[in-house]
Design a protein around this ligand. Structure first.
Ligand SMILES: *[C@@H]1O[C@H](CO)[C@@H](O)[C@H](O)[C@H]1NC(C)=O
Ligand SMILES: *[C@@H]1O[C@H](CO)[C@@H](O)[C@H](O)[C@H]1NC(C)=O
Ligand SMILES: *[C@@H]1O[C@H](CO)[C@@H](O)[C@H](O)[C@H]1NC(C)=O
Ligand SMILES: *[C@@H]1O[C@H](CO)[C@@H](O)[C@H](O)[C@H]1NC(C)=O
Ligand SMILES: *[C@@H]1O[C@H](CO)[C@@H](O)[C@H](O)[C@H]1NC(C)=O
Ligand SMILES: *[C@@H]1O[C@H](CO)[C@@H](O)[C@H](O)[C@H]1NC(C)=O
Length: 405
């Protein structure tokens, strides 16, 4: 979550850089995120669900949430169907934090195609139908779109991926279909511990509503689509990972979870996985910011797995930092920096493209193993020469032959 940005308060708000004054039309040449690794291209659509958040602490309306759907398509990307990465309002806000001109952020291009046709080959459809639909919750204060590289990559492998945004939490959220965008909390908004628990709770409620009968399954039925509405996988970054874990605790149809550098806030610390596969990856400073949640969670998982079976990996990406587990480190690497501006956020010393590769590789290997049993065996079972940044802290494997920790 963007908790790290609170540190910026100590250095006081820096004078607004001139970024916001520059006309956006002086745009730089387009910069593309890397092409997704899978055999499919990626379609994209969004849906606004009505859902009440009682006493919503954010400035948002409290009666809706936004879901974005990333799905495999055979349609070829055309310039006029490409989904923009940034909206102009967010580009100014985020550019200011990361010392990038808004016009440069606006030059980022996705490979997503707005409402591209679904698959039509029977063989393709069977695969997409049989793999779990994955649901993703972003870091606190971040738009889910800032994980586009990861989410596109997974969808290109044959997954349907849903992401969630709670309007009012991020500084600005653009809404589709001509609805007005939602102005949220200031980007330097300090989150107290009790506020974090409130955020966890409304996010968890939204994830459960999305996966419940009136959410995604009803939408799929309405449009006669073939997506899997019986089995899900849940993952997230930072508080989004707590959200995924708390949702798993309450919903047996979530078959596995992936935690990207997320402390286990609220009651997610006590979530019962009942042997379901769970992958955790963190930055080396995770313990300093979250000393109390992962160790007892892992111990309890190991205890449970003696009865229930279990599979857990816990890795650290050496040299990484919390916000580098998102597209942010790609923006910073790929786009020009405003000269001599003071760096406000530490993104670690692994480059953006490398972090992007690492995250995509481990996340997709995990989901491919969960869905079809196929994976790069060595990758999930310990350190590998090709990925020296990734070290293993714990591994739990339990089956009828006993538990190995
Ligand atoms: C959500 O509520 C609004 C107004 O309350 C209504 O117009 C809209 O149709 C509802 N949307 C859905 C998807 O039910
Ligand atoms: C995009 O352009 C192609 C031709 O280049 C055209 O056939 C298609 O209708 C356009 N799509 C949209 C959504 O405008
Ligand atoms: C987690 O479980 C422990 C032990 O039962 C309990 O003391 C604690 O209050 C629980 N925490 C939350 C946030 O529910
Ligand atoms: C796990 O089991 C051991 C041995 O039964 C017990 O001492 C320990 O408290 C348990 N830990 C958790 C977190 O449940
Ligand atoms: C980069 O990260 C590694 C691993 O955490 C660390 O050993 C090294 O000192 C870091 N280098 C710099 C220049 O910060
Ligand atoms: C940035 O700093 C360098 C070295 O101090 C200086 O030569 C240069 O003029 C500065 N550029 C701007 C745009 O202030």
């Amino acid at each position: 979550m963007l908790r790290t940005l609170n540190l910026a308060q100590r250095t006081m708000k820096l004078p607004k850089l001139f970024a916001s004054l520059l006309p956006l039309c002086l745009s730089a040449p387009a910069t593309r995120l890397s092409v997704p690794s899978g055999p499919y291209n990626v379609g994209f659509t969004q849906h606004i669900f009505n859902h009440t958040t009682p006493n919503d602490p954010t400035p948002g309306p409290g009666n809706i949430f936004l879901t974005s759907i990333y799905y495999p398509t055979r349609s070829t990307p055309l310039p006029n169907t490409s989904v923009p990465y940034f909206d102009p309002t967010s580009a100014v806000i985020w550019g200011d934090v990361f010392n990038i001109l808004a016009s440069d952020l606006m030059s980022l291009e996705t490979t997503l195609q707005w409402q591209a046709p679904l698959l039509s080959e029977e063989e393709d459809i069977e695969k997409v139908k049989s793999w779990p639909t994955l649901v993703f919750s972003p870091g606190g204060g971040m738009n889910a779109g800032y994980f586009t590289s990861l989410l596109s990559d997974i969808a290109s492998r044959g997954y349907t991926v849903l992401s969630l945004d709670h309007p009012g939490e991020a500084p600005y959220l653009q809404l589709p279909y001509g609805n007005p965008g939602v102005v949220g909390w200031d980007i330097y908004m300090p989150y107290t511990d009790s506020l974090i628990v409130e955020m966890y709770e409304y996010r968890r409620a939204e994830m459960l509503a999305l996966l419940g009968p009136d959410g995604f399954p009803a939408l799929v039925e309405l449009y006669g689509a073939y997506f899997n509405t019986q089995e899900f996988g849940a993952f997230g970054h930072s508080i989004g990972a707590a959200t995924a874990t708390g949702a798993m605790d309450r919903l047996d149809s979530i078959v596995a979870g992936f935690n990207i550098d997320g402390g286990l806030f609220g009651d997610s610390v006590n979530a019962s996985m009942i042997g379901r596969p769970y992958f955790m990856t963190m930055n080396p400073n995770h313990f300093a910011s979250d000393p109390d949640t992962w160790i007892p969670f892992t111990e309890r998982y190991a205890n449970e797995s003696k009865k229930e079976g279990g599979w857990l990996d816990w890795t650290t990406v050496e040299g990484s930092a919390h916000l580098a587990f998102s597209d942010i480190s790609l923006w910073v690497e790929l786009l020009p920096k405003i000269e001599n501006a003071t760096e406000k956020v530490n993104l670690g010393n692994v480059t953006g493209t490398r972090m992007d590769e690492i995250l995509k590789k481990y996340v997709r290997s995990f989901w491919e193993w969960v869905s079809c049993g196929q994976y790069d065996e060595k990758l999930l079972d310990g350190e590998e020469e090709a990925w020296p940044e990734v070290v293993f802290n714990a591994k739990i494997r339990s089956n009828e032959h006993g538990t190995e920790v």
